[in-house]
Design a protein around this ligand. Structure first.
Ligand SMILES: [Cu+2]
Length: 152
């Protein structure tokens, strides 16, 4: 009869506890910090053209394209309270995409589309930074989201 050795049992229990803690941490961060878990979408060439789509007055889509050593669009203007879906891809090497103040963190990978959703509740300038070393101009690779009150 197959019986688990007591050390094997301990290893399995601690493994299960670690996995449970890991899943709990992700769900906790998603709720507590309102961080979105990025999605991978099937590749579509439409996303490789940088643009900002206005869906309605507070809903936007940004097709962000990273390349050595810039993001396009470099400046994105949205009103306060906007919910922005970022669709991210790269034209060359792997780049990072980090909006530190919003806990938005993705990788830009050639031939892949990553998506995250960010809500901008407060006015201000939010820097988008490449945080994945991508070559000699890496330290200058930035873009910004400018969140302002709409014109009356
Ligand atoms: Cu980069």
């Amino acid at each position: 009869m197959a019986v688990l050795d007591k050390y094997e049992r301990r290893v399995l229990i601690s493994l299960g506890a670690t996995v449970a803690l890991f899943i709990f941490s992700i769900l906790y961060a998603k709720g507590r910090y309102k961080s979105d878990v990025p999605e991978c979408l099937p590749f579509n060439k439409a996303y490789t053209e940088p643009k900002v789509n206005k869906i309605d007055s507070t809903t936007y889509q940004v097709f962000a394209v990273a390349q050595m050593w810039q993001f396009q669009p470099a400046e994105i203007y949205v009103p306060v309270g906007s919910v922005v879906d970022f669709f991210l891809t790269s034209k060359d090497v792997v780049h990072g995409f980090d909006i530190a103040e919003k806990n938005a963190n993705m990788m830009a990978v050639y031939g892949n589309i990553n998506k995250t959703t960010v809500k901008f509740e407060k006015p201000g300038v939010y820097n988008i930074t490449c945080h994945e070393y991508c070559g000699i101009g890496h330290q200058n690779m930035q873009a910004r989201v400018i969140v302002n009150y709409p014109e009356q």
